[in-house]
Ligand binder design. Structure first.
Ligand SMILES: [Zn+2]
Length: 216
């Protein structure tokens, strides 16, 4: 080995047969390469074993330890560890999604419960409204239709309340020229051009009656 150039013995390149060298020289290079490979294998195995010593197999029985130190196990451990960060991120992402779904479900259930309470309350209010106006259950209205009956009654009461002999302005009067308006209760506006009637506002209810005059 002494007479070999240092570039042959000191480099980290693994052995490759060189026919330019003597048999002894090739054997010396092969022995150096085998030693380097064994050192490399030991260094990797030791490092991986040290890194995974908290894993049961690495501190278990002698058979388990030997198996854990096998080249296959060592590489498989390393491959697995190379993806440990993406596995962790996906675990967190799944956890977040499950928490979000659980929160959304809880919110939906609360909303549903709240709506049930509100609609029950609205029904009770409607029944009370009808009774207060002298209506009788099963004669003037049915409990299951109480909200609609209350809205209809509120519309009629609002029509009465807004009664006047004077012409009022109405929605959709564009095609009337010099029209003085509509007198509630009449079928047509004052110029006779448009048919007009009271209409429910979009948010009309017995709680907040809303009507307006509209031409058709
Ligand atoms: Zn008119």
């Amino acid at each position: 080995m002494d007479h070999l150039p240092s570039s042959y013995t000191n480099n980290k390149t693994m052995f490759k047969l060189n026919e330019q060298l003597s048999r002894e020289e090739n054997i010396a290079l092969a022995e150096a390469s085998a030693k380097r490979a064994a050192e490399l294998h030991k260094a990797i195995t030791d490092a991986v074993t040290e890194g995974f010593k908290h894993v049961p197999n690495y501190s278990g029985t002698k058979t388990q330890q030997a198996k854990a130190r096998s080249a296959e196990s060592v590489l498989s451990r390393l491959y697995s560890e190379m993806q440990v960060d993406s596995r962790l991120k996906s675990t967190y992402a799944i956890r977040d999604r499950m928490e979000q779904e659980a929160a959304a479900l809880k919110a939906a259930e609360q909303t549903k419960k709240q709506r049930e309470v509100e609609s029950k309350q609205l029904l009770n209010d409607a029944i009370e409204y009808l009774l207060n106006h002298g209506k009788q259950i099963n004669i003037d209205f049915k409990v299951e239709n109480a909200i609609n009956s209350a809205n209809v009654l509120a519309f009629e009461l609002e029509v009465n309340r807004r009664y006047t002999n004077e012409p009022i302005s109405f929605s959709g009067s564009d095609s009337c020229e010099d029209c003085s308006g509509w007198v509630p209760g009449e079928r047509r506006c004052e110029c006779g051009n448009r048919r007009v009637s009271w209409t429910e506002g979009w948010n009309h209810s017995f709680k907040s009656p809303s009507i307006y005059a509209e031409a058709y």
